[in-house]
Each structure stands twice: as structure tokens, then as C-alpha cells.
Write a protein of this length. Structure first.
Length: 327
């Protein structure tokens, strides 16, 4: 029984990561589960003449119970912080394409004023009862072509298992670079904090189980810029305060299945927004002091101002079972 259960979990682990990444606690957890099943099978059997499965199951339970406290103590020391290779400053680089893929854990993007680096990244290897860290589970690459830098981070883990440790990946980008972001997480949140004056070309954020938050204070957008946030079970937030840029158009798409969608827009005199909301079973609420129109189609501040605005935001908010808030 222990072998069968172990092979089952090993198959899942190998299928998700391409290797066996189990910690001692995971092995003992399987031993405890298999031992319990074996004991219960004997107790439920009408004929209990063969005691060997009972003894074997009891032995697995005893070993797991005795060794779990020790391994838990060892596991508690596994949280570590790693600085990934940074890219030194170069005045020839004007644009950056950031790509981060994290199986389990947080992705955080920040911007900083610096003449030392173009991009730097830090990753926290979070310990856990079933942590799955190994050498090389996080990698970073970069390449420069002309005036564009491409920087990629990949963090591997047990996707879908929030208790499996995971990683917290933080990438700090030089605020003077025109930025495009592609962010993907299986289980975890994505946070993007756009500083004043930072130029955004695109933000593409996708998460299966977790939320996405994009917040900008005086951000700048190029004509044709896009913001796309997609989640299956998490909440989505897009908060833009006094965006700059134009003349041009920015498109934003926020889509979730079971979460809530929130859009906040504090406009400047040259910016306006058209907000379309779609929900199946949820409600649509909006700030009547900032928007005119119906819940399904709103304008900030009104349609006539939107038509002549230098910087237009076309926003589509979609939720299947969640609510939509427009403020």
C-alpha cells in the first residue's frame, strides 16, 4: 500500500515539475496516509486472521508520528532569499520586456530611480511542509538587442498546491525604461506598482488561483498600450490615478470567473475613459459622481468629453459570478 500511494504522489510530482522534488515531510506524510489506510482496511475486514498489513500500517504510522516533529524543525529553516543576476545600467537601452513565470507564489513588479541597474530581481524561496525547492528551480536570463532589453525569470514549483512552499519573486525595473510586462502565476498573486512617470507599453498578467492588482500613480502610456489581467478564482484590481500620455488610446481588459473586478480611474483634464461591464450573476456598482451612463456602459466623466480627449481608455470588465465595482 505504501508503495502504491507513494507512486501515485510521485507521478503527480514528476508530472508537474519534471523531477521528484519531495521534502522529508512529504515522504513522511505519504507514510502516515498509507499506514492509516492499511490499518483501516484490516479493521474493516470481516476476517482479520492476517495481521501483517495491520502491523505494517501501524509501523508506518509510528515512524511518521515520531519523525514528523524532527523533520518539521528542519523544514522551518528552508526559507531563503536569493538575489538573481542584475543587469547593469546602460544608456543605450531605452526599452525593456519583462517576463516572469512563477508556478507557486507572489510576483511583484516595482520601479525605481537608479543609475546603477536596468533590472534587478530577488526571490524568496518560501519553506513549507511540502516545500519543493531544489538547485535550479529559479532561473533568470537576459539579452539585449538594439535599445531593447529582455529579462526573464522562471520559478518552478508544485503548481496548484498553495502549501508547497513556492517563491516570492520581486523584480525592480529602472523607471526610465519604456516597459512591457508578461506575468504568469499558477497559484499566487500578481502585484504591479507603476511609479509616476513610468512609461507602459503593455501589461499582460495571468493567474489561475490568485488575484491581480495593477496600481499606477501618474503613469504614462504610449499610444496603443494594453493592460490585460485574467484570473480564474481571484479578484482583479486596476487603479489608475492621473494617467498621462497621448494623443492615443489605451485598452484594458479585466476578466475573472469567480472573483470581483474593481476599476478606479482618477482622470486628468486630457484623459477620459469608456468602461464596459459584463457579469452573469454578479452586480455592477459605480461612482455616479465620476461616471455617466448605465452600469453596462459608463463614461468618465461623460461621452462628449471622452470623444475629444487626447488620451482615451477603453476598458472591458468581465466577471462570471463576481461583482464589478467602478470608482
Amino acid at each position: 500500500m505504501f508503495v502504491i500511494v507513494s507512486m501515485f504522489f510521485a507521478f503527480i510530482d514528476f508530472g508537474m515539475t519534471g523531477r521528484l522534488t519531495w521534502s522529508p515531510v512529504a515522504v513522511l506524510g505519504v507514510a502516515f496516509l498509507a499506514g492509516g489506510i492499511m490499518v483501516l482496511q484490516v479493521l474493516a475486514a470481516p476476517n482479520r486472521t492476517d495481521k501483517r498489513p495491520f502491523l505494517a500500517g501501524a509501523a508506518l504510522l509510528v515512524v511518521a508520528i515520531l519523525l514528523l516533529p524532527v523533520t518539521l524543525a528542519l523544514q522551518s529553516t528552508e526559507t531563503t532569499t536569493q538575489s538573481l543576476p542584475s543587469v547593469p545600467f546602460s544608456s543605450a537601452v531605452r526599452r525593456v520586456q519583462i517576463s516572469v513565470a512563477n508556478d507557486v507564489g507572489l510576483i511583484r513588479i516595482t520601479f525605481e530611480e537608479t543609475e546603477t541597474t536596468l533590472v534587478r530581481a530577488e526571490v524568496v524561496h518560501v519553506g513549507g511542509l511540502f516545500s519543493a525547492h531544489y538547485d535550479g528551480d529559479v532561473s533568470a536570463t537576459n539579452a539585449t538587442a538594439g535599445d531593447t532589453l529582455t529579462y526573464s525569470v522562471t520559478a518552478r514549483g508544485l503548481g496548484g498546491l498553495f502549501f508547497a512552499g513556492g517563491h516570492e519573486v520581486t523584480v525592480a525595473v529602472n523607471r526610465n525604461l519604456s516597459t512591457a510586462l508578461t506575468l504568469t502565476s499558477t497559484t499566487g498573486n500578481i502585484l504591479v506598482d507603476v511609479s509616476a512617470g513610468v512609461t507602459i507599453r503593455s501589461i499582460e498578467a495571468t493567474v489561475a488561483t490568485g488575484g491581480i492588482s495593477v496600481v499606477g500613480q501618474d503613469p504614462s502610456f504610449v499610444d496603443g498600450a494594453t493592460i490585460r489581467a485574467t484570473s480564474t478564482t481571484g479578484n482583479l484590481v486596476l487603479d489608475l490615478k492621473e494617467p498621462a500620455g497621448g494623443p492615443g488610446t489605451v485598452a484594458a481588459f479585466l476578466t475573472t470567473t469567480t472573483g470581483q473586478v474593481s476599476f478606479a480611474f482618477a482622470r486628468t483634464p486630457t484623459a477620459a475613459a469608456r468602461v464596459q461591464s459584463q457579469t452573469t450573476t454578479g452586480s455592477i456598482d459605480w461612482d455616479a459622481g465620476r461616471y455617466t451612463g448605465t452600469g453596462a456602459l459608463l463614461f468618465a466623466p461623460d461621452e462628449s468629453t471622452y470623444e475629444v480627449a487626447d488620451l482615451k481608455f477603453n476598458v472591458l470588465l468581465q466577471a462570471t459570478t463576481g461583482n464589478i465595482l467602478v470608482g
